[in-house]
Design a protein around this ligand. Structure first.
Ligand SMILES: C[S@@+](CC[C@H](N)C(=O)[O-])C[C@H]1O[C@@H](n2cnc3c(N)ncnc32)[C@H](O)[C@@H]1O
Length: 199
């Protein structure tokens, strides 16, 4: 058991180490598209506000945020919703190594998720690749500026319906998806990482 725990810990020593849970083409996307380890730890700590909370990563990619967060905050459950099935497959494959039981990946468009089922949220600028001239993950989906705006508006409306006390962490967000009522409680990393609480 102790040997297994140490083997697991070694994946969380650095981004380089963690990214090796994925194939090389996925590793090459990390600096643009997957949350760095130190950011994931800060976000996880903020969102794990109460025991048994359900936390949703909106656009979970290959699961890097959810897996790191689940490792460091075992008393809450992390859910990742992701529209690309092959990225969910990489997330689940990585978790075959990590064996975390407080993380679940859902292959859906986030618009098909019931926000009532979640207490707190993480958003790493997931709709950004819809904008022209931005770095794309692949060419498996259609991109458009209209989608960026409609997703941002939909997210804003869902967050607006959440009760007081709901926590939200945003990383590299344009803030167009943050409704009135969410109060900025802390900013970090040159204001790229922001922590919000609904009042
Ligand atoms: C910047 S990546 C972030 C990945 C992950 N949150 C992390 O931090 O490691 C954004 C992800 O959001 C996904 N995404 C974008 N729009 C989505 C939508 N409408 N529904 C579900 N997933 C979406 C993309 O496919 C991409 O994998």
């Amino acid at each position: 058991m102790e040997i297994f725990k140490n083997e697991i810990k070694h994946w969380f020593k650095s981004d380089e180490q963690f990214n090796q849970l994925y194939p090389i083409d996925i590793q090459l996307l990390a600096s643009w598209h997957w949350t760095p380890l130190h950011v994931a730890r800060k976000v996880a700590q903020f969102l794990a506000a109460e025991k048994n909370a359900s936390i949703l990563d909106i656009g979970s990619g290959v699961g890097k945020f959810c897996l790191i967060a689940a490792h460091y905050e075992p008393n809450v459950h992390f859910y990742g919703v992701e529209q690309r099935q092959h990225l969910i497959d990489y997330a689940e494959k990585a978790n075959e190594t990590l064996q975390l039981n407080n993380v679940t990946f859902l292959c859906k468009n986030f618009k098909d998720i019931d926000f009532k089922n979640f207490d707190h949220f993480y958003y790493f600028n997931s709709f950004y690749e819809n904008l022209e001239g931005t770095s794309k993950i692949d060419d498996s989906i259609d991109y458009s500026t209209a989608l960026f705006h409609s997703y941002s508006l939909y997210l804003m409306r869902q967050l607006a319906l959440k009760p007081a006390g709901t926590r939200l962490a945003t990383y590299h967000s344009s803030e167009s998806e943050i409704p009135l009522g969410f109060h900025l409680v802390k900013a970090d990393l040159d204001e790229q990482l922001k922590f919000w609480v609904k009042i």
